[in-house]
Design a binder for this molecule. Structure first.
Ligand code: PMV
Length: 322
């Protein structure tokens, strides 16, 4: 095969962000906004990357120097590092052209970097006929993310690979599918791009300062996440909404909430949502609100009025596919 195309879903965090970085569980769901990765073998010794959504019209690097350019554009970093790690692990080299195309903006925090990383590793395994089990795909993708940004639990990679809604324990120690049905949520974007590693480091700093207190907050988030798993299975939206509010209060106490997120969260709650919280690292990006068919319209309007942008997404989406 000389050309392969793969698509992977983006994600939304439902419960357990930040504590998952410390080995606790989280619940993540894949969304129907996808990343497309196309790879083609080239008869030269270059890796060419085309990723218009991150402003890369064409970037080229000698395959013998992968990962050695300190000025590599941010948008190419995950692709180039994934290719290097794949070549190193399977002891191969080839000229390549990789093109990525996304349904969603990388500003939303839907996990474009993880979706692209999984997509590149998978596309290469198909292109070079290397059989990779899902766990091996996860491990190589996780190594790539850690090589590039140094921190992260890998939850977003799991969503990109397995899809659906997942119970995920930090580092991928346990991954349990929780079903494929879409949840009745509204997603509001603050218009502010958050930098996940910076927020992880902020929580790290708090944890250094107040290890006992922050440890207890992580434990409380874990109890909420465990309860949410059962409640999600029973589809008890009233209780799930209350758990979202509890989780939000603890994220606020970790210092990752913002005025803009709060404003959208309160707007959603006042419009009748069962509950609302930030989703992901905080500092900006998106919030989610749990609604029913009667309150959806009002919640969407209030989020809009509060300055947010409502994004139409379906959760529980399919994982990696050709
Ligand atoms: O910023 P996002 O949407 O990629 O979410 C980050 C979630 C964290 O728990 C803060 C980090 C992680 O890797 O789990």
């Amino acid at each position: 095969m000389s050309k392969v195309e793969i698509s992977t879903p983006g994600k939304l965090m439902l419960f357990g962000e930040h504590s998952v970085v410390y080995g606790h569980p989280c619940i993540v769901t894949a969304v129907d906004q996808r990343m497309n990765v196309v790879a083609e073998i080239q008869e030269n010794s270059n890796l060419q990357i085309i990723a218009p959504e991150v402003g890369l019209s064409s970037y080229s690097q000698d395959i013998n120097n992968l990962g050695k350019n300190p000025n590599i554009p941010k948008g190419a970093r995950f692709v180039e590092t994934a290719v290097r790690n794949f070549f190193e692990k399977f002891n191969m080299r080839s000229g390549l052209r990789i093109e990525t195309k996304s349904d969603f903006s990388s500003e939303f925090g839907f996990g474009s970097s993880s979706a692209v990383t999984v997509g590149v590793v998978k596309v290469l395994s198909e292109l070079f006929d290397v059989k990779l089990k899902e766990q091996e795909l996860f491990d190589l993708s996780y190594k790539t993310v850690l090589d590039v940004q140094g921190v992260g639990s890998g939850f977003d990679l799991a969503a990109a690979i397995w899809g659906g809604t997942l119970w995920f324990v930090g580092g991928g120690k346990t991954i349990i599918p929780l079903g494929r049905s879409s949840l009745p949520i509204v997603v509001g974007y603050t218009g502010i791009k958050a930098d996940t590693p910076t927020l992880i480091r902020k929580v790290e700093e708090e944890n250094r300062k107040y290890p006992k207190i922050i440890g207890k907050i992580f434990e409380a988030i874990t109890l909420i996440t465990e309860e949410a798993k059962d409640v999600l299975e029973r589809r008890d939206w009233t209780r799930l909404g209350e758990l979202m509010n509890l989780n939000q209060g603890l994220l606020d106490s970790l210092g990752v909430n913002t005025r803009e997120l709060s404003s959208l969260i309160y707007a959603a709650r006042e419009a009748g949502a069962f509950g609302a919280k930030l989703s992901g690292a905080g500092g900006g990006d998106c919030m989610i609100a749990l609604v029913d068919s009667q309150t959806r319209g009002a919640v969407e309007r209030m989020i809009d009025k509060a300055g947010g942008k409502v994004l139409q997404v379906k959760t529980g989406a399919e994982g990696i596919k050709k």
